[in-house]
Design a protein around this ligand. Structure first.
Ligand code: SAH
Length: 513
């Protein structure tokens, strides 16, 4: 938390979080989340968005908790004014768009009255995104020229209903109802009584734009029964109109290859995103449960010295993408120019590590197809002669504190002169902001992915039983053998030790080509 150092008032940003899919948040919204000193959020803003905040950002939940009411609106308004006195940048994160039935107008009014500077960042409303994710375009040239958005649940404090049921029934085009699930039957009946054609197609889309999305299509006359039968409840968007007939043809989200699959990602938080976003793109409900965290090596001085001395070696050998990242972060803190590296040849343990090296403009001279230390040694045996052999050659081996020592031992055996450069350490991750541990215990999962031996060990240390029927995917043979140490046999193993291959194995296991 960065508290205000003087009496100037901070700015409060009313930011639309979009309907659920983190990818549907605006670029401006994300920038503000990344720089926020405090975030005030409620139940409809996805936990994944909070992961974008700085580590010291204060996060204040004002939504409903099981058995508890949400914070009263007047208290939220007052809290925002207080936050402005305390933090330079407060983000008030609101599901969908802040001004579409989000009471954002009231929050802004109180901020204005208190003289607090505020800005509004509109968001994608569930009123539009919900139907779109269910294959329903809210307007369509063949069906309508207008759409109406209304709430099915008015402010309980209002003395009488101001909902214009006859007006809505008589309106042309698509009608979209938010907050309408608890009184769905009454509203549909009232609309029909007011002249709405009961055979008009209608749909309810629950948890739209999230992997839990479910959609029911029926007619105005039958929707309440269909929803009850399917067990659909809030939050849902109800759509009434001929556009609903497009859903079977235009549905795309529920047809994604991993739609509805709950997949656990155990990588470190900083590494998880590539795997998580790929799985989410394929429709999976990704549950991030980082089990390890990358930290500095215990001996930072030794590491720094090894980096300073690296130009003197004939070979640099990298055992992991993390090693490459940490090594070059330190390298560029000392040297400005990549040419300071000298003429060293480069070896990588596998394609993932080589890809990280490519980011700093380095191509590899030796790399096995499978990312395993033994394979790297075999590759040196096969190709080493091309480079004059390894005997009496100086090598700097960049690796993690807890890795295996195969590379060191085998190269020394072949008379190479190997120095070690321990670039990082892995420690158990103790934070779980998304509450994945509980979700995993309570809801289970379809697949758990393991991307290294340490993710296996640290997952096991959490003592969460592998849920019934949950299958295991391993990134490669070393991870697989660690799983076997714990009596677990993976149901699939990536063909090459990298993320695309791991995703492919997940797809195959899920019955996709
Ligand atoms: N400001 C929000 C609406 C807040 S009112 C927006 O622009 O989307 C809350 C209502 O929004 C819910 O009762 C539900 O009708 C709808 N809603 C929000 N997110 C939703 C989602 N992911 N799926 C379905 N309905 C959603």
């Amino acid at each position: 938390m960065k508290a205000q150092s003087n009496s100037t008032t901070g700015t409060v940003y009313l930011v639309g979080a979009g309907p659920g899919d983190p990818g549907l948040m605006t670029v401006r919204g994300r920038q503000l989340l990344e720089q926020a000193d405090c975030v005030v959020y409620d139940a409809l803003s996805s936990a994944a968005l909070l992961a974008w905040t700085k580590p010291d950002c204060d996060k204040i939940y004002v939504g409903k908790r099981s058995g508890h009411h949400a914070m009263p609106q007047a208290s939220i308004n007052a809290l925002l004014v207080e936050c402005a006195q305390k933090y330079p940048c407060t983000v008030r994160l609101k599901g969908g768009d802040p001004y579409v039935f989000g009471r954002g107008g009231e929050e802004a009014a109180d901020l204005a009255a208190a003289g607090v500077p505020f800005q509004v960042v509109p968001g994608i409303s569930s009123a539009i995104a919900g139907p779109a994710y269910a294959g329903i375009p809210v307007t369509h040239r063949s069906h309508c020229t207008q759409f109406t958005v209304f709430t099915g649940h008015e402010d309980a404090a209002k003395p009488q209903s101001t909902l214009d049921i006859p007006g809505i029934a008589a309106a042309h085009g698509t009608k979209i109802m938010l907050m309408g699930m608890s009184r769905l039957r009454q509203t549909m009946e009232a609309l029909i009584a007011a002249g709405q054609d009961s055979s008009t197609p209608a749909a309810a889309v629950q948890w739209a734009a999230t992997p839990r999305q479910r959609c029911i299509t029926a007619t105005v006359g039958t929707l309440a029964d269909a929803v009850e039968q399917a067990g659909l409840s809030s939050p849902a968007v109800v759509v009434i109109g001929d556009v609903v007939s497009e859903a079977p043809r235009l549905d795309w989200y529920s047809k994604l290859p991993l739609a509805g699959k709950r997949i656990v990602v155990t990588r470190t938080r900083e590494q998880a995103s590539a795997l998580s976003s790929r799985l989410a793109e394929l429709g999976a409900d990704v549950m991030e449960l980082p089990t390890i965290r990358i930290t500095d090596p215990t001996d930072r001085r030794d590491f720094a010295q090894a980096v300073v001395d690296c130009p003197h070696y004939d070979w640099l050998i990298f055992s992991s993408p993390n090693g490459v990242k940490r090594f070059f972060r330190a390298f560029f803190a000392v040297y400005e120019d990549i040419r300071e590296l000298g003429g060293a040849r480069i070896a990588a343990v596998g394609p993932g590590t080589a890809a990280e090296l490519k980011k700093v403009g380095l191509m590899v001279d030796v790399m096995p197809k499978k990312a395993v230390a033994e394979e790297l040694i075999a590759e040196f045996d096969r190709k080493g002669e091309e480079f004059g052999g390894v005997a009496n050659v100086t090598m700097l081996w960049v690796h993690s504190e807890k890795g295996r020592d195969v590379i060191y031992r085998e190269l020394m055996k072949r008379q190479a002169i190997v120095d070690e450069c321990i670039a990082y350490n892995t420690v158990p991750e103790t934070e779980d902001p998304g509450g994945t541990k509980n979700r995993l215990r309570e809801e289970g999962a379809d697949i758990i992915t393991f991307t290294s031996s340490s993710t296996v060990r640290n997952f096991m240390a959490l003592q969460i039983p592998i849920p019934e029927g949950c299958r295991i995917v391993s990134i490669g043979p070393v991870t697989t053998s660690t799983l076997k140490e714990y009596g677990l046999t993976p149901d699939a193993e990536a063909e090459t030790h990298d993320i695309p291959s791991l995703v492919q194995a997940v797809l195959q296991l899920s019955g996709q080509p």
